[in-house]
Design a binder for this molecule. Sequence first.
Ligand code: AGP
Length: 615
Amino acid sequence: MCGIVGYIGEREAYPVILEGLKRLEYRGYDSAGIALYDGQDIKLSKTKGKVADLEKRVSSEIDASGTVGIGHTRWATHGVPNDVNSHPHYSNSGNLVIIHNGIIENYESLKQELIKRGYTFTSDTDTEVLINLIEDVKKNENVKLGKAVQIALNQVVGAYAIAVFDKNKPNEIVVAKLGSPLAIGIGDDEFFIASDATPFLEYTKKAIYLEDEEMAIVRRKKGVKIRKIKNDSLVAPYVQELQMNLEQIVKGGYEHFMLKEIHEQPNAIKDTYRGRLRAKEGIIKMSGIDDNIEKFLNTNRIIVIACGTSWHAGLVAEYIFEDLARIPVEVEYASEFRYRNPIITENDVVIAISQSGETADTLAAIKLAKSKGAFVFGVCNVVGSSIARETHAGAYTHAGPEIGVASTKAFTTQITVLTLIALKLAKEKGSISNSNFHLHLQELELIPGKVEQALKSDAHIKQVAETYKDAKNCLYLGRGFNFPVALEGALKLKEISYIHAEGYPAAEMKHGPIALIDEQMPVFVIATKKGHYEKVVSNIQEIKSRKGKIIGIVTEGDVDVKNLADHTIEVPETLEVLTPLLTTIPLQLLSYHIAVLLNKNVDQPRNLAKSVTVE
Ligand code: AGP
């Protein structure tokens, strides 16, 4: 997720854009940049780091005058955070500049074609490819900027919210949107462009939110003309009167970042498999795996190292890898692994999982594994983070910034990446039939919609939370692929509501924990149709007979558990391997609502930090 801001009107553009970028830093803070036009030329300044770093850079680098400009704060997806990869990007001629929030999936093939036509590139970004594609179209088709953008975007696969400026057409900015948000603020003879309304809220409450596959030419004094990118048809602008305040907009209208991030999961999962999952063609494309496939196929075991929620994602991966790819997997707490003198060989493949990419224990465990000759593969959410740089190869989750301390979209996007890897290896090893492989790809593609469906139970889940918010202790039970989800559900509740909770394999109850059961002990049981359902039902009966309170996470249409449980929360049906992506949703929402009802600081719980960079 990046933040884009643009301005065209009578004011000095720089102060408007700079303040707007500061308000959008929650969307990404790897690097920042700005391009301004002063009537003569484009002046561009950009830097790795935060908007404050850009401000210093601008003051020493350019004359920040001009009444039109565009600015960007980056969350890196392609190319590590550095000055060169920062936006805005020039076209080769220097006449065009672009800012972009999104991912161009087919940028590599477009880049190769442009290189053949003599274009050169200074950055590793997909965005620089896009601006030179626009320039190439403009030149070859001899069309204006708006038409060139439209023709170019019809060659692009991926997601984008872009703003493009041509110094030879200084009275307009061209914008376009697919998959990433873009708002246009309508002032008096001035127009604002931004990822959301926060940068222009104090100037105007009137906004147009572009729809997917729409583009607009924003002209000084003349206004906004919207067209469909595909067929050039005109779209009547729908101008909204904004009601939200600044704080609400930064959180996307949600009360907390955690709730926003829970609801971002359909898009986060889609962004994570975008460009990798080709269900129609029946392929999974992951260069980090492709380039090292022999290591994965020849290893005798995979060691997963992680902490906290990432460790739970790793445990899900153990079940998935062993079930699909038949590769032995051991999951290790990084903090234990690094000190217990583990046996590591050059044949080992280590997968290190980390949202922040900065967790000290995980980083130390990686270094230990590398020192013993193991191949280390990273699954991180922050491009260019320490762990991303320390591992031999990796695959990013494209979850966007996760601000809430309690990890949610990182968990589901980590599982998405790990499932893609397991399926890819299973296909390579022939441990999965072609038909079953295709079935899994097709079902994985449906998961964002099914997560959306699971999120619709929010109101019901809030009622369940009201019933159990005063519990002093809770148990979470799951079997198979959902045992790690039970652990994760317990962690979520602990860390934001401060209620003690434990996760267990459901069958483990009779080996001790069932002694805890009484009317004061809510037991959250994951009892989806797939995965030892009958056995979980009998576990529920054992608890019921001891007056335990049962909250069942069940498959839509379930009857048996509904007849036994005090409450049930439904999730859509899916393949057993993919159930963790759905069953975790109600547990995230349960923890969230209980914490809110208890007036806890949901986004910044006591004693915790978003990234544990110390031992
Ligand atoms: C999870 O909700 C916690 N915030 C915490 O357990 C976290 O998952 C753990 O610290 C690992 O962080 P990482 O994924 O950034 O390495």
